[in-house]
Design a protein around this ligand. Structure first.
Ligand code: GL2
Length: 829
């Protein structure tokens, strides 16, 4: 098995039969043991939730075993490892995904059924792990699944927030936020590693001390917090490899406050200690603006400092100097949130390991790669110098030094173009002097990746044009992808079986390119029949959910038209709602007989608005106001329904996506860096109504424009149209529907005023008015296609068949080969 020889290896191989057994009888015994000894309930009497807990612990045992084996093997082989640093992961539920990846789902289902439980019902007991906001965070989760499945030697690092993304509660149509205390009932999917802890330091001063005949800067920190590791095993599919997502929690350190204890201020000293825990207490709920908050900066440094200590400790297990560091370690910055790690690595190498600056910088420049997920300069993260200087005084100095050398070199290349120098500087002078975290990341990363081809173009020509012209070789893109394991196998088991049946193999679950084989059958009447049945079953499941949640009965023969994602002006949920109002208005104004020609629709919208994002919250309110009018209008009946799905999260997506006929991805061109929701719908055979933005452009190339419903201003037209401002032509229908909202047709006239103002001509930054006409045309084309059942079904099959390129397996392979320089390392046990 390639383990080498020797007594130790012999002993290890001799322990192979210690592995936990996976036959139903053994699994059943394990579940009952956990009921009795872990959950501490009687094995003769336990409910669904307790069954879930016991089941989860039994799966966890198997995950731990594989995690250990993977690490032992990796330690022996010592390959180059990729360390993925991200402040957000949207993992969702773990049970179904884990048992599928471990290949033990059916055995567990049987074991449970003999005990009188149903696997699906038990699995429903699990809550979501929502340690992230939106696309960026779910992308990290998909990529972890692919890294494990493809046997890459990878680690994920992040923060273990006690409160995940807020729960959205709708009262009278308004969004309210409630805390998501997800750890309330324990979390069987994590392993607390009390022996893996590191001190993380903050504040203090920098002093100069004598060293080796010269001077050396030393940081004398003012506060220490302890970082404790919580490991979340990520099992690969069809492999024993199970990698680890290591999340850090903050705990008080014994190094602080001895003074207070000694002076007798016991109560305050305890309270003070507790404050340390706030660092990892709550996820910031805004997915793209960073307001220079101290707590956020503390979170960032806390997580990168602990991660780096862990990474260096692992490296030092097998190396006694830093010469091989770049050959053994690749550090991936998932956006700029982890970018303080750059200064931290420099500090460790120079101040603690006593490397000279140039040697340290050489190492730093070889290990970091940076992926940006942003399209707009306005969203780039900046940290006020005052804040950074007080929290991390030594890091600020290091960043200044990096910048000084960078600007010095730059001057030699571009001369005295001061405007450009000031744009490229890591330090922004201005009302609030700040550090530009993206510039810092670009200066030190060997590779800067965009997340779709269009995004890459925007990086080169707009946001990072100056840097691109300086270092064209650094700029690349790896189009995002999502994992077919979560988004087909777990969430759409019927479709999964159907695909395997028609391809004659389950191999596509690992080798996703095989999906293209469905194209061969795209004209087969038998497949049509089975495909439609699967889709109908999923729609019925979704309809049941809608009724249970909102009391609204929907017609399963209607087209299910879905837009689920974070609420943002650029994502244009408002455009969708105005389109629905138009549809409603048309139905109302039709002769009764003509109504028979209307293609019935169930419009489904879901998504959270950042708590401080007023306009986005008004969109949610408008959706409810319009829904209550339409859904209660007897003239409309089953022809049109509007449903808002509250508290959109990963689990809700797993239910909604397989039941969607049509999905909307309608951002103003140039605003969505990639978009990943669209890929999940595509895999599930849902047709797409979309603008040519982000990864949609590549999806269109793969599928053919004739298999989608495209509309809207093109990327290059957007700036020209914006220039026109008030002179921009807006269709009459648009003016009419906005007027209906303005005039209080749906009530809440005053409340919706600012929303209507935001699309008034001259003010309509996201071109809702301009795109309205072509949007309606695309919607009409979708109606027409839906009536032609055969055509629709064919397009649906071709969508799934064309989705292979948008698997995160492909994305991770590209990163591994082209950016990180890592190779698979498959555990042979
Ligand atoms: C995002 C982009 O907006 C989105 O288009 C992209 O698909 C994801 C993943 O690359 O990243 N950037 C971002 O800050 N969030 C995103 O979803 N929250």
């Amino acid at each position: 098995v390639g383990l080498g020889s020797g007594a130790k290896t012999e002993r290890m191989l001799g322990l192979m039969d210690r592995f936990l057994k996976n036959d139903p009888a053994s699994l059943q015994k394990d579940i009952l043991d956990h009921v009795e000894y872990t959950v501490a309930r009687s094995r003769f009497s336990f409910d669904d939730f307790e069954a879930y807990q016991a089941l989860a612990h039994s799966v966890r045992d198997r995950l731990i075993e594989r995690c250990h084996d993977t690490q032992i093997y990796l330690k022996m082989k010592d390959p180059k490892r990729i360390y993925f640093l991200s402040l957000e992961y949207l993992m969702g539920r773990s049970l179904s995904n884990s048992v599928i990846n471990l290949g033990v789902r059916d055995q567990y289902a049987e074991a449970l059924s003999q005990l009188g439980f149903e696997f699906e019902v038990v699995a429903e007991q699990e809550g979501d792990a929502a340690l992230g906001n939106g696309g960026l965070a779910r992308l990290s989760a998909c990529q972890m699944d692919s890294l494990a499945t493809l046997d890459y030697p990878a680690w994920g690092y992040g923060l273990r927030y006690q409160y995940g993304l807020f729960r959205q509660v709708i009262l009278d149509g308004y969004q309210h936020e409630q805390p998501d205390y997800w750890l309330n009932f324990g979390n069987p999917w994590e392993i607390e590693r009390i022996h893996v802890t590191y001190p993380v330091k903050f504040y203090g001063t920098v002093e100069e001390v004598d060293f080796n005949g010269g001077k050396q800067k030393v940081w004398v920190p003012g506060e220490t917090v302890e970082a404790v590791a919580y490991d979340n095993p990520i099992p690969g599919y069809g492999t024993r490899n199970t990698i680890t997502l290591r999340l850090w929690a903050a705990k008080p350190s014994d190094q602080n406050n001895m003074e207070s204890y000694n002076t007798g201020d016991y109560i305050n000293a305890v309270v003070d200690r507790q404050r340390a825990e706030t660092i990892s207490s709550v996820l910031y709920p805004d997915d793209r603006s960073y307001q220079g908050k101290e707590l956020r900066l503390k979170q960032q440094y806390f997580f990168v400092s602990a991660s780096l200590q862990d990474i260096i400790r692992r490296y030092k297990d097998t190396h006694n100097n830093f010469d091989d560091f770049p050959d053994k370690v690749a550090l991936q910055l998932n956006d700029t949130q982890p970018s303080l790690v750059i200064a931290e690595l420099m500090r460790v190498l120079v101040d603690e390991e006593n490397l000279v600056w140039s040697k340290a910088w050489d190492i730093v420049c070889k290990v970091f790669s940076f992926t940006t997920h942003t399209v707009s300069r306005d969203n780039l993260e900046k940290v006020p110098v005052d804040l950074l200087g007080s929290l991390l005084p030594r890091h600020l100095q290091i960043i200044y030094d990096i910048n000084f050398k960078f600007i010095d070199d730059l001057k030699k290349k571009i001369g005295t173009d001061y405007d450009r120098l000031s744009r490229m500087s890591v330090v922004e002078e201005g009302a609030v002097k700040s550090i530009r975290m993206a510039n810092l990341s670009i200066v030190c990363a060997h590779t800067v990746n965009g997340v779709s081809r269009v995004h890459w173009e925007l990086l080169k020509t707009r946001i990072f044009k100056d840097f691109y012209e300086l270092w064209p070789h650094k700029f690349h893109y790896k189009t995002n992808g999502v994992t077919q394991r979560r988004w087909i196998v777990v969430s759409n088991p019927n479709l999964c079986s159907l695909i395997s049946k028609w391809l004659g193999t389950e191999a596509w679950i690992r080798e996703v390119d095989l999906l293209a084989g469905l194209r061969e059958h795209a004209a087969d009447a038998e497949l049509y029949r089975e495909w439609k049945t699967v889709r109908m079953v999923n729609k019925m499941r979704l309809a049941e959910y809608i009724e249970a949640m909102s009391g609204i009965k929907v017609n399963v023969n209607a087209m299910f038209d879905v837009q689920i994602k974070r609420i943002h002006e650029y994502k244009r949920q408002f455009l969708n709602i105005l389109g629905i109002i138009h549809r409603y208005d048309c139905i109302k104004n039709m002769e009764k007989n003509d109504r028979r020609k209307v293609v019935p629709r169930v419009c489904i919208i879901g998504g959270k608005a950042a708590p401080g994002y007023e306009i986005a919250k008004k969109v949610i309110k408008l959706c409810h106001a319009v829904a209550s009018k339409i859904n209660n209008d007897p003239d409309v009946g089953d022809l049109l329904k509007l449903v808002f799905i509250p508290d959109y999260n990963v689990s809700v997506a797993e239910l909604v996506i397989p039941g969607a006929d049509l999905s909307q991805h309608i951002s103003t061109a140039g605003h969505e860096a990639s978009g990943t929701g669209i890929m999940k719908f595509l895999m599930n055979g849902c047709l797409l109504l979309a603008t040519a933005d982000g990864s949609t452009v590549e999806i269109m190339e793969e599928l053919g424009a004739e298999n989608m419903f495209l509309f809207g201003a093109k990327l290059h037209e957007v700036p020209v149209l914006r220039e026109k401002g008030q002179n921009l032509k807006v269709p009459l229908q648009f003016a009419r529907v906005v007027r209906m909202v303005r005039d209080g047709y749906f009530g809440f006239q005053e409340h919706f005023k600012s929303l209507c103002d935001s699309v008034e001509s001259g003010n309509d930054f996201y071109l809702v008015g301009y795109d309205f006409e072509s949007y309606l045309e695309a919607q009409a084309a979708a109606d027409k296609a839906f009536v032609d059942e055969e055509k629709w079904c064919r397009m649906s099959i071709l969508s799934t068949a064309g989705s292979a390129r948008f698997s995160s397996d492909r994305t991770m392979e590209e990163y591994a080969e082209k950016t990180w320089g890592i190779k698979p390392c498959r555990c042979p046990f």
